[in-house]
Design a protein around this ligand. Structure first.
Ligand code: ZN
Length: 596
């Protein structure tokens, strides 16, 4: 869309952060002054509770400014990345931020060095410290995983080297790989890329799907030894780091860093495995819709049903979302209206604008949402999703101090997915056209498939590989591929035909270089299904409790926050219930298809 033609009301109002660039620059100066005050606390934090409080109060002041400075520069740049003035400001701010980061780097080690008893005394003596207690406790908790000064120095010297596996992977697979060409639906030869792969592998033309799938995976097969060696080195790094830092395993280290537990991880895998027959039933329906006896692996991504190009413009989408989310009550709805009216949302796609969609909470201001709205059902869904993030960050920022306002990824995707599910339920319920209704049901099932089932399969694979490395069992690339293949076929069941490429699919997943990350997608959607269904049942007391949980932000551990809304991820209940929900929707879809 032409950038000059877009009405101002669909663009961000960054003036809520700073009136203009001048004001931002003044704040950088102010911030530099505050940063210099930090020096007064160097090697003195342990003297008294007053000093400890003082340094935190100062850091809070600085950090609040930094968040505004960074947000303004980034959002301004993301509106038009071809604008040289915006990119210059963005770079200047980045430079400033890297200097600011160094200025307070002495605080954590100094607190680590204070004896625990002395710190307890500080807390008992000084009420004011209460607001920073959680932040400081995190530092104490990490104490047993911090090594001696000399050891930490040696490890830090290797810092960049240890982070290189993911870069090597990205360079090989995103830059060096050329996949060659395939023939599209019109027999036109086209270049296959990461960007258009999902388009072709979801094509209604079987031949196009097959070519896309095989051409893509052939490349990974060709380089499988290099990719495996690189991945195993990354796993070894995880294992050695966990071992050196006194964790019982790499998984232990990963879950502890976000206050989750191994039990959550294991319960997820166990419960998904117990419920695979429901997933197989879904795959059988997919085969039936395609009119085939058995599915090929490249058929799984296909939507099989379509919207016939149904359009939802932004104003219509806004009205739907306002209506659907009004069930959360007046407080929620008022903030939603503000988001639309006070230009918290940058709506339309245009040249130079950052792609995708996100929500960014700006502490002491309000959240900002970036969309690339193109008038379709996916755009509508993204709007509901990002508004979930938006309200969560708004509530959290309003009710918590800066340090307690940040919540971890375990809860971060909950509010957004709750909104998506509530929207889907509304669309399904209110659709008169049976074909459209079937489409909505199927796409909801597809989201649960991709988030709950597939991510848990990945989680199981990376757990297994880490265990082999932890047990010092050498693995060849053939063996790593076989581990994946066994898990993959167990998840797919006998409705899907084995083929020679399926076992290389793990090599396509960049997330494996952030070890034990993907399981959080699966626990996130399970939690969201549990919450959304309870809210839709009309339980008023529960609705209030949910909003209160959002307001707690990051002031408690994620598992504790979720328990406040009756979601206990250390039990099998949330995941079991998520499959029950999946099955209900599946049966509804099966019945609907019988009527079509
Ligand atoms: Zn999200």
């Amino acid at each position: 869309m032409n950038k000059n033609k877009i009405d101002k009301k669909y663009k961000w109002n960054l003036k809520d952060i700073y009136e203009n660039e001048e004001k931002l620059k003044e704040d950088i100066k102010e911030c530099e002054k505050l940063l210099s005050y930090l020096d007064e606390y160097k090697e003195k934090i342990n003297i008294s509770s007053d000093m400890l409080f003082g340094v935190y109060e100062l850091m809070e002041k600085i950090e609040t400014k930094i968040i505004k400075i960074q947000a303004y520069a980034m959002l301004n740049y993301h509106m038009d990345m071809s604008d040289s003035k915006a990119s210059k400001l963005y770079n200047e701010v980045e430079d400033f931020l890297s200097k600011a980061k160094i200025a307070n780097s002495f605080v954590e080690p100094e607190i680590t060095n204070i004896e625990e008893e002395k710190l307890r005394d500080f807390f008992n003596q000084d009420e004011r410290l209460k607001k920073y207690e959680r932040e400081i406790n995190e530092i104490i908790k990490n104490k047993k995983h911090i090594l001696t000064k000399e050891q930490e120095y040696v490890i830090s010297k290797y810092g960049n080297v240890l982070e290189s596996f993911s870069n090597i992977y990205d360079l090989l697979c995103d830059v060096d790989f050329k996949f060659g060409t395939i023939f599209d639906e019109n027999k036109k030869e086209v270049m296959l890329t990461h960007a258009n792969y999902s388009l072709y592998v979801m094509s209604n033309d079987e031949n196009v799907r097959k070519q896309a799938y095989e051409t893509m995976l052939k490349k990974y097969k060709e380089y499988i030894n290099t990719i495996t060696q690189n991945y195993l080195s990354s796993v070894k790094k995880d294992v050695i780091t966990a071992n050196l830092r006194n964790y019982s395993s790499s998984l232990h280290k990963a879950v502890e860093s976000e206050n989750s537990t191994i039990k959550v991880y294991e319960k997820l895998i166990e419960t998904v495995n117990e419920n695979l027959p429901v997933y197989h039933r879904y795959l059988r329906l997919k085969a039936r819709l395609l009119g085939v006896e058995k599915l090929n692996q490249y058929d799984i991504f296909l939507e099989t049903l379509n919207t016939n190009g149904k359009k939802y413009d932004f104003e219509t989408s806004k009205n739907i979302v306002m209506k659907v989310l009004s069930l959360f009550g007046d407080e929620y709805t008022e903030i939603l209206s503000k988001a639309f009216e006070e230009r918290w949302i940058d709506v339309y796609e245009r040249a130079g604008k950052y792609s995708g969609g996100y929500n960014m909470g700006v502490y002491s201001v309000h959240p900002y949402i970036l969309l690339n709205f193109v008038d379709d059902i996916d755009s509508l869904r993204t709007l509901a999703h990002e508004l979930g993030h938006c309200l969560h960050s708004y509530f959290s920022m309003k009710n918590q101090n800066l340090f307690n306002s940040d919540y971890t990824i375990m809860v971060a995707e909950v509010a957004s997915t709750v909104n998506e599910i509530i929207l889907s339920e509304y669309l399904i319920k209110n659709e008169k056209d049976k074909k459209m209704k079937a489409y909505y049901l199927n796409s909801l099932l597809n989201v649960i498939r991709g988030t709950l089932v597939v991510q848990t399969m990945f989680a199981e694979f990376e757990k297994k590989v880490h265990e082999y490395v932890e047990d010092d069992i050498p693995l060849s690339s053939e063996e790593v591929c076989n581990i994946y293949e066994n898990i993959n076929y167990r998840y797919l069941g006998d409705i899907v035909k084995p083929d020679e490429y399926g076992k290389y699919n793990w090599a396509r997943i960049p997330h494996f270089y952030r070890n034990f990350y993907v399981y959080k997608y699966a626990t996130g959607i399970s939690s969201a299904i549990a919450i959304a269904t309870r809210i839709l049942s009309g339980d008023e007391e529960y609705k209030k409790r949910y909003i209160e949980m959002l307001k707690l932000g990051g002031s408690k551990d994620p598992l504790e926050l979720l328990r406040l809304v009756d979601v206990d991820l250390e039990t099998d209940k949330p995941v079991k219930d998520a499959f029950k929900y999946f099955e209900e929707k599946l049966i509804e879809l099966e019945n609907l298809i019988n009527e079509l």
